[in-house]
Design a protein around this ligand. Structure first.
Ligand code: AMP
Length: 292
């Protein structure tokens, strides 16, 4: 496995790979890798000859009062996991090499990024779009893999690629969960043991939403109300948002006439967790989660 730190070296390397006719698959991450990340690596492997994993805790996507400093980091362990997965290139740039101090150009998506997480983290998605655009220029991937765990981010990246004509195919990786249903996240390690036990309520609330829809409930407010109720009855939870939105446009909906993304964010102390699931209102599907 090649470890590259300098952006210009990464760019040279990806040009060489492309010139040799091999396909590059990129998996952008902030490190502290878990099975969710590794599932994306395996997806990239299926679709590309050379797998590049980027490992960069991107400061520009954290707000001033957010957890940039406290974000979990373990580069040695990440490196070992990447070796195990036979990753070809690990790109781990320093922040000072990624951003000029006087950088003044950013990429901003203006529609999909407004609601949900964008409402409570107003600068977050501009940071994400900008760093992903930079990673695409540096790693020059044929395909890039993003997890459905960050559903809004995924749709926004797809929109950026479409609107700015990036020559890259975006692949969606399904959410990987712990055995009790909690979506894997690097931030889970920051939960106290008690909060960790209680954090299963995110999944339980989404399952209940699914059950209601399977049972024929089509009123978004009723489904949303039940999700809120389940979260609120869990000690220690502070709800950031619970929304049911059109699964592609992320616009609010009132009735479940087509697939709806149920998305939520909650705080346990200062740890913010997100989760989502697509609810499909069709008798034929039994209302089960649709697999992607
Ligand atoms: P992060 O390191 O949290 O920025 O995540 C890097 C990539 O991994 C993003 O595309 C995430 O959506 C994806 N990811 C994070 N957690 C999971 C998970 N539990 N299942 C699938 N993908 C995930």
């Amino acid at each position: 496995m090649k470890i590259i730190q300098k952006p210009d070296e990464m760019q040279r390397q990806s040009r060489e790979i492309r010139c040799s006719g091999r396909r590059i698959g990129l998996v952008p991450t902030m490190g502290y890798l878990h099975e969710g990340h590794l599932s994306l690596v395996r997806l990239a492997r299926e679709r590309a000859d050379v797998v590049v994993v980027s490992l960069f805790v991107n400061p520009t996507q954290f707000g001033p009062s957010e957890d940039f400093e406290r974000y979990p980091r373990d580069p040695e362990r990440d490196e070992a996991l990447c070796r195990q997965e036979k990753v070809d290139v690990l790109f781990c740039p320093a922040s000072s090499d990624m951003y000029f101090p006087e950088a003044s150009v950013t990429v901003r998506e203006d529609r999909l990024s407004r609601g949900l997480c964008g409402a409570s983290r107003p600068t977050h998605f501009c940071g994400v779009c900008t760093v992903v655009a930079k990673l695409f220029h540096l790693c020059d991937p044929d395909v890039a893999v993003f997890g459905c765990k960050d559903a809004q981010q995924l749709r926004m990246i797809e929109r950026m690629v479409r609107d700015l004509n990036f020559p890259v195919r975006i692949l969606r990786g399904p959410i990987v969960r712990e055995s009790d249903g909690l979506a894997m996240s690097s931030r889970n390690v920051r939960l106290s043991p008690e909060s960790r036990r209680q954090a299963v309520c995110l999944y339980q609330a989404l399952r209940r939403a699914q059950e209601l829809v399977s049972g024929g409930e089509r009123r978004v407010e009723v489904v949303r109300g039940e999700v809120v109720r389940i979260l609120q009855q869990t000690p220690g939870v502070r709800i950031d948002y619970v929304e049911l939105v059109d699964e592609e446009t992320l616009e609010p909906v009132e009735t479940l006439t087509k697939p709806v993304l149920a998305a939520l964010a909650v705080f346990f102390g200062d740890v913010r967790l997100i989760d989502n699931e697509t609810l499909v209102p069709q008798a034929a599907t039994g209302g089960f989660f649709r697999s992607r």
